[in-house]
Design a protein around this ligand. Structure first.
Ligand SMILES: [Zn+2]
Length: 204
């Protein structure tokens, strides 16, 4: 069973990198909080990092360690000025009426969907991630790619393929309802599972 194999590999790896993509949204997976909770339990005590392209901020409400999560596409619950007159980013509810205190423009979510995305919101955790990733070279690294399609492939999908091709001790599972295909060059160390990654994870 693939499920058992993945659990064994989680237990055996030195480093665990989890990529989360567009399949993990609350509309498609109403029990998303319980899935994150399950993930937190499953990987407790592991040296892990999570990179997500999901911008709904749900992952930050879970019991997963925010110091081990990077969300480079941003987070709608963090607010920025829609005119980007300031690089300030506010927590939810921090600014009254959701209006920029400097230029009085409406605030908007601090995500790549914003007209001028203020990247300062994600950079500290991004730097933590790249530092962590540098430390995985020649380590027994397991990559779990969950529901990452082609919406923003430069963030997780393509870099994961590169990581797999560089680290000979690495192993990857690409789980996606539609896009689990793998390039020929990495098939030796990677496996595609054609199943919705949320449902797959729920049964893990
Ligand atoms: Zn402003």
């Amino acid at each position: 069973m693939e499920e058992n194999r993945i659990l064994n590999e989680i237990a055996a790896c030195d480093k665990l990198l989890i990529g989360i993509g567009e399949e993990w949204n609350k509309e498609a997976l109403p029990d998303i909080q319980s899935l994150y909770g399950k993930m937190a339990k499953l990987i407790e005590g592991k040296d892990y990092f999570i990179i997500t392209t999901v911008t709904d901020g749900e992952i930050l409400k879970s019991s997963l360690d925010p110091g081990r999560i990077t969300a480079p596409c941003g987070n709608v619950t963090w607010r920025q000025c829609s005119k980007s007159c300031t690089k300030n980013i506010w927590e939810p509810g921090e600014v009254a009426d959701d209006i920029c205190p400097y230029c009085k423009s409406p605030l908007t979510g601090n995500t790549i969907e914003a007209e001028n995305y203020i990247e300062e919101g994600y950079l500290p955790q991004w730097n933590a991630y790249t530092g962590w990733l540098a430390g995985t070279l020649n380590k027994k690294l397991l990559l779990l790619e969950l529901g990452v399609g082609f919406k923003t492939p430069t963030v997780i999908r393509w870099p994961f393929e590169k990581t797999i091709s560089v680290n000979r001790k690495s192993r990857m599972y690409r789980i996606h309802g539609k896009f689990s295909q793998l390039p020929e060059e990495i098939k030796e160390r990677a496996e595609g599972i054609s199943e919705n990654s949320g449902e797959f994870f729920r049964c893990l």
